[in-house]
Design a protein around this ligand. Structure first.
Ligand code: HEC
Ligand code: HEC
Length: 464
């Protein structure tokens, strides 16, 4: 690789450079991650808080929302009464401090997804489309609001959306910009008071969004650190509540939210992955277990009774997957790591990115396609055999179209990437692995196996 690789390195340096002098930015070593003390919580209370409380802090006035959106279809409703009875699972209607009823996206916007006709809470959303700038819509919504108190709430929400929108546009449908979103929100907040500033207080990240596939929540019962690069250390509940950085503007409000986030974490820890819904060849899976334990378990652990998960960060050189996220990009750049660690969030938790990726627990892995941290591999068959990975492809966004044979999402390889596609609508459906952050290289640990061994491991993975 000549020129393209050089360009990648230059852009990588630019992404990491917004940190400035990084002496006081902690970096985690590769290898085992230690356990950190966590606060206990009540899972049932956590569920109610997750889907009823106003931890995002602002939203679209309910009166405007009701003019645009119909009541949610039955399948998309939760067991919520009152004001949320007809609101879809991924939004919450709540009353702000100024007494205005508003609707905002909740955690399930990214952390729930349909799978073969069923809504699965905790499964990462891999179909949402972040390829458009939505700030125009946020501005237009103002035309639906006339009451002064409601207008004030709308303006607050609009300002935040306008600030983050240009930095959260992905190249492809299905990948998530949350790591960039966090960086921009940190940059607009006073580190001591959490007060919002329409002018950024820190340099903003490059508007090249680092694409991420949303991980499933059921891994958290085993993981010692949050995030793909293992950056989320210390108290996990405190890190989870960074979703409140959209509109929560005082430390007192953040403290009130923090008080119930151990409950939200307890709910997340109770989530079990869905079981493989098709037949399994038990003899083949038993062979696959032996191969897995010889080839994969040193990083991913063992499963079933007495299973042990090693909580390992694997160095970039060894895993070989796309390096951008684990090279100090997005919220993991120096300025934002420093901001987090000095802020209210840093009192109980800290960010300390590693130059590598966590080998995740593989429970329920059949359900979490596409694979790798950037969602660049649509099936487990291609994850185990890198010769099956296409440089350019369009994958299905229809969550009922599961590919039972290859284990994952159907996809169609293409001869060329995004730059060769004139139609804008179709372009954003193309997963183009030559784009920065989108590479499907690396993790070639299955390549050395025989085809028969790979078939056996694939069968075993279905049982996890
Ligand atoms: C805009 C989408 C989005 C929203 C909203 C969101 N998350 Fe996430 N979340 C992500 C993405 C993407 C990651 C992975 C980031 C990474 O590892 O670099 C993540 C990671 C996590 C993790 C760590 C998982 C792991 O395996 O390391 C937890 C736990 C989590 N989120 C909880 C929450 C909670 C609780 C909320 C609501 C308060 C929330 N998230 C809101 C997108 C979102
Ligand atoms: C040297 C350590 C190591 C070995 C050996 C290893 N893996 Fe991994 N694996 C990783 C790391 C690290 C990741 C995360 C890479 C990323 O997201 O960029 C990963 C990711 C995966 C994923 C994707 C998870 C997801 O949700 O995207 C699967 C599936 C997987 N490995 C299965 C296997 C299997 C099966 C084997 C044996 C054939 C294996 N791995 C061997 C370290 C390893």
């Amino acid at each position: 690789m000549g020129k393209p690789r050089r360009m990648t390195l230059v852009t990588l340096a630019a992404l990491a450079a917004c940190g400035g002098g990084d002496d006081d930015v902690p970096e985690s070593p590769v290898g085992p991650i230690p356990a950190y003390e966590q606060r206990d919580g009540d899972a049932a209370a956590g569920w109610r808080a997750l889907v009823e409380n106003g931890y995002v802090g602002c939203g679209v006035p309910r009166s405007a929302y009701d003019q645009v959106f119909n009541p949610a279809p039955t399948w998309a409703r939760l067991d919520r009464g009152g004001t949320n009875a007809t609101v879809p699972y991924n939004f919450t209607s709540f009353r702000t401090a100024s007494g205005v009823e508003v609707v905002s996206p909740n955690c399930l916007q990214c952390h729930a997804e349909t799978l073969r006709g069923q809504l699965v809470i905790g499964l990462g959303n891999h179909t949402a489309d972040y390829t458009d700038d939505i700030s125009g819509l946020a501005v237009l919504a103002g035309g639906l609001v006339s009451d002064p108190a409601e207008r004030a709430e709308w303006e607050k929400w609009r300002d935040r959306v306008v600030a983050v929108a240009p930095y959260t546009i992905t190249k492809t449908q299905g990948v998530n910009p949350a790591d960039n979103l966090a960086a921009v929100l940190f940059a607009h907040r006073d580190v001591d008071t959490l007060a919002w500033s329409n002018e950024p207080l820190l340099p903003l990240p490059p508007d090249i969004v680092v694409p991420v596939d949303v991980p499933p929540w059921w891994r958290m019962k085993q993981k010692h650190a949050m995030f793909y690069d293992g950056a989320g250390r210390g108290d996990h509940a405190r890190i989870m509540m960074t979703a409140s950085t959209l509109c929560v503007d005082t430390v007192a409000e953040a403290q009130a939210i923090d008080a119930y986030f151990p409950d939200v974490r307890a709910f997340i820890l109770g989530i079990e992955p869905p079981a493989w819904p098709f037949a399994i060849d038990a003899a083949l899976a038993a062979t696959g277990k032996d191969v897995f334990e010889g080839t994969c378990a040193r990083c991913h652990g063992t499963y079933g009774d007495g299973g042990v998960y090693p909580n390992l960060v694997v160095a970039l050189d060894e895993v070989g997957t796309d390096p951008v996220l684990a090279s100090g990009a997005a919220q993991f750049a120096g300025d934002y790591v420093r901001w987090f660690n000095r802020s209210f969030f840093g009192e109980l938790a800290f960010l300390a990115p590693a130059r590598g990726y966590v080998a995740p627990p593989l429970d329920g892995i059949w359900a979490t396609a596409p694979y790798l941290h950037n969602g660049s591999v649509p099936t487990l068959a291609a994850l185990l055999d890198s010769s099956l990975r296409a440089p350019y492809f369009i994958r299905s966004y229809d969550t009922s179209a599961y590919d039972e044979a290859l284990v994952g999402w159907p996809s169609t390889p293409l001869a060329a990437g995004q730059d060769a596609e004139p139609d804008a609508e179709r372009r954003t459906k193309i997963y183009d692995t030559s784009q920065l952050g989108y590479s499907n290289a690396g993790h070639t640990f299955g390549d050395a196996l025989t085809a028969e061994q790979r078939r056996a491991v694939l069968e075993y993975l279905k049982t996890l």
